[in-house]
Design a protein around this ligand. Structure first.
Ligand code: FE2
Ligand code: FE2
Length: 287
């Protein structure tokens, strides 16, 4: 299996590529090629070309959750290429896609408040757009869905770690209210390799440890690697320390996190984990 990080927040040494606040991976497996998220702007398309990836050979398009920085390239991808990959999102993806970040916690969370207090961070397409592009929509509606014999999507993560709480500023709009976003739309890709499971993460809004533990429990298998966004950017030092401590107990061999991990957490990972690297734009990993 080959995992290429097509776009991400940081560039590392790959100065010729574009970077942006967003995430996109191309995962080549014997059971097909998966485009996992599409970054924020569509610039992942130029990066893919520069990295020698033929996006026309995308068999599956999966979107980890309905945030702009993961789904912002979908329109350009489906407009620029005549492709019809199998489309995978959570069954809650479209119903939870009217997403906002509240900029002022003191504002009332209904429409009597001034909308200026909320910034839209959802998607710019709907279910009809995907249907018009003639993609077959597969809704992830159970704990685990198989893409192949060794490739799975997981969702419905158990919330066991109380320090991985929900962010009160993350909302979605439903009828007349901004509701707390529980990220029931988040899905995660898991590839079962000879060395153990490799987990690809979008933003890990339900909590990194909650996600990892749920997958370990459901499969009974050891985790070899985790790649992607951890959302530790919002965590305090105590949560970062507890997270790293728990990860070390699990003896995970590859920890390649980035995107919404944040400077503070990246620094702690560097200091405390031998198996850590910043998974920046252009990183290629073969497992
Ligand atoms: Fe993100
Ligand atoms: Fe996100």
């Amino acid at each position: 299996m080959k995992i290429t990080t097509i776009i991400e927040n940081s560039l590392g040494d790959n100065k010729e590529l574009h970077n942006e606040h967003g995430l996109s991976f191309f995962i080549e497996t014997p059971e097909g090629n998966i485009l996992f998220d599409t970054g924020r702007t569509g610039d992942f398309i130029e990066n893919a070309k520069a990295l020698g990836i033929d996006l026309k050979k995308t068999d599956f398009l999966m979107l980890s959750h309905a945030h702009y920085d993961h789904c912002g390239g979908v329109r350009r991808f489906l407009e620029d290429f005549d492709v019809h990959p199998e489309f995978y999102v959570s069954e809650n993806f479209f119903s939870n896609s009217d997403k906002y970040r509240s900029l002022d916690e003191n504002k009332k969370s209904d429409f009597s408040a001034d909308d200026v207090a909320y910034r839209y961070i959802g998607i710019d397409f709907n279910e009809n757009f995907i249907k018009e592009k003639k993609l077959n929509i597969n809704y992830v509606d159970k704990d685990m869905v198989k893409l192949g014999e060794k490739v799975y999507i997981f969702t419905n993560f158990e919330r066991t770690y109380d320090f991985e709480g929900l962010n009160p500023n993350m909302k979605f709009k439903k009828e007349n209210e901004y509701l707390l976003d529980r990220f029931e739309d988040e899905i995660t890709l898991v590839v079962d390799t000879d060395k153990g499971l490799v987990i690809l993460l979008g933003c890990s809004h339900p909590g990194l440890l909650n996600i990892i533990d749920t997958i370990a429990k459901r499969t009974g298998k050891n985790i070899y690697g985790i790649i992607g966004g951890t959302h530790l950017v919002e965590a305090d030092e105590e949560r970062i320390d507890k997270t790293i401590e728990k990860l070390k107990e699990k003896n995970i061999k590859i920890i390649g996190v980035s995107h919404c991990t944040g400077e503070k957490a990246v620094q702690s990972f560097k200091e405390k984990c031998d198996d850590f690297f910043v998974n920046c734009t252009g990183t290629i990993l073969e497992v």
